[in-house]
Design a protein around this ligand. Structure first.
Ligand SMILES: Nc1ncnc2c1ncn2[C@@H]1O[C@H](COP(=O)(O)OP(=O)(O)OP(=O)(O)O)[C@@H](O)[C@H]1O
Length: 254
């Protein structure tokens, strides 16, 4: 589905991602873990076209997409969420989804704001997609509520819906359960499972190890920008390098 070969990203003298190769398997939950600053978000930014890699290649469904922009990637079927979801607080949840969809699939703001006939037709399509996405994430009942008035967990679900609006094949979720309580985390994990059951491929970054270990089919471990391990949750849990680099000696002793 998504083949990443020798991906490297340098920011000046700092190498945030160094020579990482990995395959994201279709129809699976692929997780990325690693300590703070390991390069996880940068890795997502590279795959989703937010940043251009310094070197290496990205192949999606057989097509070289290494140099494509985020809006081009979204149109091809790669969508993502961010650690924090920027919403228009004074607009309804539904309107946020409609605008968010257009912002993700158009290259410029003018494109979004220009109300041509074509734009109006597209708006109808966007509205239908937004309503379907809200239904999928279980937020139909709050579609008219102002974004300012929704909970953190609902915000997370809106982020999922934003990613789903563009009809993706693969969804990249950056800390989907960050800042929500354990009960809500279970609910979000169930939603991620539902996404995969509906035919999507998921790739997620998450610090909540219980969630990752019970949800992921495959885990990639980054440390200082490098891949230090890759495997099933059981393999990762038993990997001494991972225990050392990520879980810490405390965990190893336990
Ligand atoms: N746009 C940027 N310009 C310069 N340096 C950056 C940029 N983005 C990230 N970095 C640096 O690259 C390194 C990796 O950062 P990144 O955010 O990808 O790590 P992370 O694993 O996602 O961390 P966290 O778990 O804290 O979110 C860090 O040292 C960070 O300061």
């Amino acid at each position: 589905m998504l083949e990443i070969r020798n991906l490297t990203k340098r920011f000046g003298g700092l190498t945030a991602v160094r020579d990482v190769s990995v395959t994201m398997e279709a129809g699976k939950i692929n997780a990325i873990i690693g300590p703070n600053g390991a390069g996880k978000t940068t890795f997502f930014n590279l795959i989703s076209g937010v940043h251009q890699p310094t070197s290496g290649s990205i192949v999606f469904k057989g097509q070289d997409v290494t140099r494509l922009r985020a809006d081009q990637m979204a149109r091809l079927g790669v969508s993502r969420t961010f650690q924090t979801t920027a919403l228009f607080d004074n607009a309804s949840v539904l309107d946020n989804l409609i605008v968010g969809h257009r912002l993700r699939t158009r290259s410029g703001l003018w494109d979004v704001l220009a109300r041509t006939r074509l734009a109006r037709e597209e708006e109808k399509i966007c509205r239908d997609k937004a309503e379907r996405a809200l239904d999928f994430v279980g937020l139909n009942h709050i579609h008219h509520r102002l974004a300012a008035d929704i909970s953190q967990e609902e915000r997370k679900r809106v982020a999922f819906a934003l990613a789903l609006c563009t009809d993706p094949n693969i969804v990249l979720l950056d800390e989907p359960a960050g800042g929500v309580n354990p009960e809500e985390t279970v609910g979000l994990a169930a939603l991620i499972r539902k996404m995969v059951d509906s035919g999507l491929t998921v790739c997620l970054i998450e610090h909540k190890m219980d969630m990752i270990m019970s949800l992921a089919d495959k885990i990639l471990v980054l440390s200082y920008g490098e891949k230090i391990a890759e495997g099933t949750p059981a393999e990762i849990r038993a990997n001494p390098q991972v225990i050392e680099a990520y879980l810490g000696s405390e965990h190893a002793a336990a």
